[in-house]
Write a protein that binds this ligand. Structure first.
Ligand code: TUI
Length: 316
């Protein structure tokens, strides 16, 4: 059995979080993962305050286990959803794509365990000083909004810089990668891409199929010109966007912004995986079959245990 401070203190069966994926991570997926012994996380990204409140209520009807909410700090609704997590007594809040500093005091006051996603040592140290309970160090192998450093480079540097627990994210889809994350100094993992094909995940079948068919080189990063690089699976959308992105004489920043509007919903909810943006990490090609959240978690941790138990054979 693999057990760390993370599953023990958050009352989980396994030290694994499900990423708070925009337009993907709803009550169904979060409850599925929490019922399977991990920490399910509802993405507040695409919701205003009242929509998030409804999703939290729905999740509570589907599970008695703890779950969290992810607040994407670039969301226009960040301020209102930051209050809803307090009003609804959400035990764990993760944040992404920015510095949650301005909300920290009120979340801590409310007894929330705040676990920011960081992509640098500087933000990691700042978050520890602000009272973060733990950190998610996310490497640029991940899907969605990405930082510059890889998981291999980032996790040990963050682990050395802070004394609070570190959870590794980005590029983790099987038990070998969980074992590796532990070797880098993490005490837990966050997984996004593999949960895209969980049976409890309510995204379009076309999105799931795109992940299941992905090959190793099929993800690309777009959005660098506007300052928010995003990793997704290459398709007509990314080809058109990249062309526009590298042609600043013909496409203004405003036109680029417009091209990116609504594309996550289009892929995840409408199933248009040609013109929509299919966010997924570099490990999409390792995701081979649809499974329940419990099957995914149990399979990953059985493999991690086997790998870790066998590791001493290299030491003479
Ligand atoms: O946030 C994510 N992944 C996301 S957010 C998202 S929605 C979106 N839609 C359109 C454009 C952009 C995003 C899809 N996927 N992951 C967590 C994450 N946070 N990764 C990297 C970071 C990060 C990067 C820089 C966190 C903090 C940071 O520094 C901010 C600062 O002020 O130092």
């Amino acid at each position: 059995m693999i057990s760390t401070v993370i599953d023990q203190e958050l009352e989980l069966e396994f030290p694994i979080f499900q990423g708070g994926m925009a337009w993907v991570a709803d009550a169904s997926l979060a409850a599925g993962v929490s019922n399977a012994g991990g920490l399910g996380i509802i993405a507040a990204m695409n919701s205003n305050g009242e929509q998030l409140r409804a999703e939290i209520k729905k999740c509570r009807e589907m599970t008695d286990r703890p779950f969290g909410v992810n607040i994407m700090l670039m969301s226009p609704f960040a301020d209102e959803v930051a209050d809803v997590v307090i009003e609804e007594n959400v035990p764990v809040v993760t944040t992404g794509a920015g510095n949650p500093g301005k909300y920290m005091a009120k979340w801590l006051e409310a007894g929330i365990k705040v676990i920011p996603v960081v992509a640098s040592v500087a933000l990691a140290k700042k978050m520890e000083r602000s009272g973060a309970y733990a950190l998610i160090a996310e490497g640029g192998e991940s899907g969605g909004h990405v930082g510059e450093l890889t998981t291999m480079a980032l996790v040990p540097q963050v682990a050395d810089a802070v004394t609070i627990p570190v959870i590794a994210a980005g590029g983790i889809a099987d038990g070998r990668q969980i074992a590796a994350a532990f070797m880098l100094g993490a005490v837990g993992v966050q997984v996004g891409t593999r949960f895209l094909v969980a049976r409890e995940c309510t995204i379009s079948q076309a999105y799931k199929d795109k992940v299941l068919k992905a090959r190793d080189h099929d993800s690309v990063v777009t959005g660098k010109r506007l300052g928010h690089p995003v990793r997704s699976i290459r398709n007509d959308f990314t080809r058109a966007y990249q062309k526009a992105e590298y042609d600043s004489s013909s496409f203004s920043d405003e036109e680029l912004e417009k091209m990116g509007a609504g594309v996550l919903r289009l892929a995840a909810r409408e199933g248009d995986v040609k013109n929509g943006c299919v966010l997924a990490g570099q490990v999409a090609s390792m995701v081979k079959k649809e499974q329940s959240a419990r099957e995914i978690i149990e399979e990953m941790f059985a493999q991690a245990e086997e790998v870790l138990n066998g590791a001493a054979k290299w030491v003479k």
